[in-house]
Design a protein. Sequence first.
Length: 531
Amino acid sequence: MIRKVAVRNYRLFRELDLDLSEGMNILAGRNDTGKSTLIEAITLALTGRLHGRAFEQELSPHLINRDATQQYITALNSGGAAPTPPEIVIEVYLDDADAVEILRGTNNLSGENACGIRLQAQLSPAFTEEYTSFISQPDTVRLVPTEYYTVEMLGFSGSRISGRSVPIDVRVIDASTIRLQSGVDYHLQQIIRGNLDPKERVELSRQYRSLREEFSEKEPVRAINKRLKNTGDAITDRRLSLSIDISQRYTWEANLVAHLDDLPFDLIGKGDQNALKTLLAIGQKADTAHVVLIEEPENHLSFANLRKLISRIDAKCAGKQVVIATHSTYVLNKLGIENLVLLGTGQPTRITDLSPDTVRFFKKLPGFDTLRLALAESAILVEGPSDELILQRAYQDKHGRLPIEDGIDVISVGLSHNRFAELAIRLGRRVWLVTDNDGRSLDAVKERFSKYLVENKVTLHTADDPKLNTLEPNIVKANNLRTLNSALGVKYATKDDVLRAMLADKTAWALAIFESDTKLHMPQYIQDVVN
């Protein structure tokens, strides 16, 4: 198994160090944070191949990290000593085992005596003269001259190795790159082998050959062959005719076409295609693999089909090391939020010390709020839809834009503030907890959340008057009757009438205020959040 990955100067990663767990590792992050790049780097280090070709053939200046490239060019134009161009290094540290002991050594970035593989691309001494000539006019240099690089795969022992000699079997599963027909052929062959005995297979072969022989006896085909027989373009004396090849005994296996609900496989929806291709690849590749890398299995899938797929992935990959990249909270929750690796700026964040109760809570969570919190720069956690609408309107009135435009997500979490607060602390997120006091004193509400309140990170916001137990009475108290009627588009005689109407349909009144041209005066605890 892989216990650690180190990457230097490869694509998005200037410097990355990541510990992997033995089982499931779930990569999540915003777009362009390196989920696919990390899977690519692991594959590259273990196989020496990129996009199915030797890395030497695929190496280009654009695979060098941009910051490293810019630093190199700046140094080149500084007038000092000629800099060494940046090298790509990808290291995979392996668990100790007899099969990988030959790779043991200290030839790695950490100087650790460990078993592992180092892939490096660096300036080749064989091109010293050419490189010197290349940098003689530094103002013309725009990219790193990877044409002068050499690529090596080494064990931590320092000895050269090849992808074929690596004792770790890694399989990459990406439905977008799996060839449909080969997958279906494999699936059909498995069905045939598992469900037909030898006599049935022989009989199916004979029936198939009979159908092909009958083709030549069809009247339209006989008429065509009669005309071909008399053609004057024949290059031999033999008679020309058209028929179907029946010389190969088992060609029927390759010529059958899979149908789902009587539709040819390549005409069914993308979701069903991707789900089946992923399952086929797992069934075909995961059985013998030590490490399974999966790219975004949720693509094109409905919730129901995704649920089935994730259950199969979880079962089929049991006991294996899995690295899976996803944007789906459902995938994250079901495969275990404790396995989350959050990629972004800086080093990856792992969720390793969530309480068992919180882990179980998120596994049961049906929505998508987990990754909303994980991917947000900061978040306002509220109890329900009405609170969410009012917080967004209050923020817009104050700043002229919605909070999401500033990277602040407003998330309805029901009564589960503490679960999300625990996750926020682990992720280092700035979070505002907005909650009703439900008739309790301010001190009592603070006591409920005391273990989650972290200065400058997690703060609590609620009304300090127990009589104002929910958002609605706080809104009513903060505004006069005329303003309330104007904002809600109603004409109630008293503020008590307004409050009763608001409590009768909380989401409707909140939506009316959110869309209204009239600005309300917000309760102080709401102002504290948006300020």
